[in-house]
Design a protein around this ligand. Structure first.
Ligand code: AOS
Ligand code: ZN
Ligand code: ZN
Length: 388
């Protein structure tokens, strides 16, 4: 197996983008619990995200959600983040909370509604220019609940036209990533249900349009690493929304439900050159913390990604190829499992310390007193956005 000390340069380059909404209160349709110290503003969310980066060295960017994170002065917000060692990352659009979008946004039959949704994306692109963000992420709630409710083919055509208008507005160094999801809030069909549809739509747009893969948006049993391999092969994997699911779009801590799946995904990312200094694949979290503390929840999440990345980097790829090509089924499987079963926590802790970071970021954060301080300072933390 590959030695840990040979993978540290690769590990040092890892960067994971945090979602601003992970720091706000969130929940289910049954109850939104609040936690003491929840941020009241985007500035406070950024301050909390800076804590995650301070203790892990893994999270130098924060993704924004418009309109939840709307401010008057985005350049000032960029400076505010910069002073805390962070950059502003992906801008997430929102066409799922206005009454006008009840029957669709970019796919709506009414041109005026489509234009409203397109204009919202133009606004997001303007914001990206001010924040220095590279990616516009589009996730659509568009879909239908009943067979016959909508013209599923016509909606695809209107989606293509709307995306074309948005794409034409992108700056040279900006990208559009289109996220797919096979259910919810619509249940009979969604307009971007799977990677194939997202791929078909973005391929028609051009090089600056790519697919966003949210790990929680697949049916149980889906071989997600295969999708990763295929999209990388096609040069169309733009970004990840990492999270865990047990049943639906749970948005739980990445690596919590199935660390082995995360390991397999990361192996295909590494193998397909989706990881490393030359990679253009953005690693993002798309999570919410309903009952656990949010900052430690995010710290645990980025550490889980780091840990599984380390294990995936340990795979002896040469030996694996040799075993695969010689038909050594169990030998090949054994090489993969050896790396997966390797406990890298001790090595990672020692390596962190050698870089001036805390050996155990969870413990160091808990001991810092930040949580108690914000709980005392902040009164009336706001919801992340859902059901607001
Ligand atoms: C929704 O299910 C998606 O996963 C999104 O990525 C969404 O944009 C995110 O939850 C913030 O709105
Ligand atoms: Zn997502
Ligand atoms: Zn989701």
């Amino acid at each position: 197996m590959t030695r840990f000390d040979t993978i540290t340069t690769q590990l040092a380059a890892q960067a994971i983008e945090l979602p601003s909404w992970a720091f706000g209160n969130s929940g289910t349709r049954f109850k939104v619990f609040s936690t003491p110290g929840t941020p009241r503003t985007i500035q406070e969310k950024i301050a909390d995200a800076a804590q995650v980066n301070e203790y892990t060295g893994l999270a130098p960017k924060v993704a924004l959600h418009i309109p939840w994170d709307k401010v008057d002065d985005y350049a000032a917000l960029r400076d505010y983040a910069g002073e805390r060692g962070l950059a502003l990352g992906t801008v997430n659009s929102n066409t799922f909370q206005d009454d006008a979008y009840k029957f669709g946004s970019l796919t709506h039959t009414d041109a005026a509604v489509r234009q409203k949704a397109i204009d919202h994306h133009f606004e997001c692109i303007d914001i990206m220019h001010a924040t220095g963000s590279a990616d516009l992420k589009i996730w659509l709630a568009d879909g239908t609940n009943y067979p016959g409710q909508g013209d599923i083919r016509g909606r695809q055509d209107r989606l293509a036209a709307s995306l074309g208008a948005i794409y034409a507005r992108l700056g040279d160094s900006q990208r559009l990533v289109l996220e797919y999801k096979f259910f919810e809030p619509a249940f009979y069909h969604t307009d971007v249900p799977d990677w194939g549809t997202s791929y078909a739509q973005v391929a028609a747009l051009g090089d600056k349009a790519l697919v966003c893969l949210d790990t929680g948006h697949h049916a149980p049993g889906t071989n997600i690493e295969f999708i990763v391999a295929q999209l990388l092969r096609l040069g169309k994997l733009g970004s990840f929304d990492f999270n865990s699911r047990f049943y639906a779009d749970d948005d739980l801590i990445v690596g919590a439900a199935d660390p082995f799946q995360l390991f397999r995904i990361l192996y295909e990312v590494i193998r397909g050159d989706g990881f490393g200094p030359d990679s253009t694949v953005a690693f993002m979290l798309d999570q919410c913390h309903n009952v656990e503390d949010k900052i430690p929840g995010q710290i645990r999440s980025v550490l889980n990604v780091q840990e599984m990345t380390a294990r995936a980097l340990l795979i002896d790829r040469e030996a694996l190829t040799a075993a695969q090509e010689s038909g050594d089924v169990l030998g090949a499987n054994g090489l993969l499992m050896d790396a997966f079963y390797t406990d890298v926590r001790g090595d990672l802790a020692a390596w962190r310390e050698s870089r001036g970071l805390a050996a155990d970021p969870m413990v160091a954060y808990a001991a810092s007193g930040y949580q108690q301080q914000v709980a005392a300072d902040r009164v009336g933390g706001t919801q992340a956005g859902w059901g607001a």
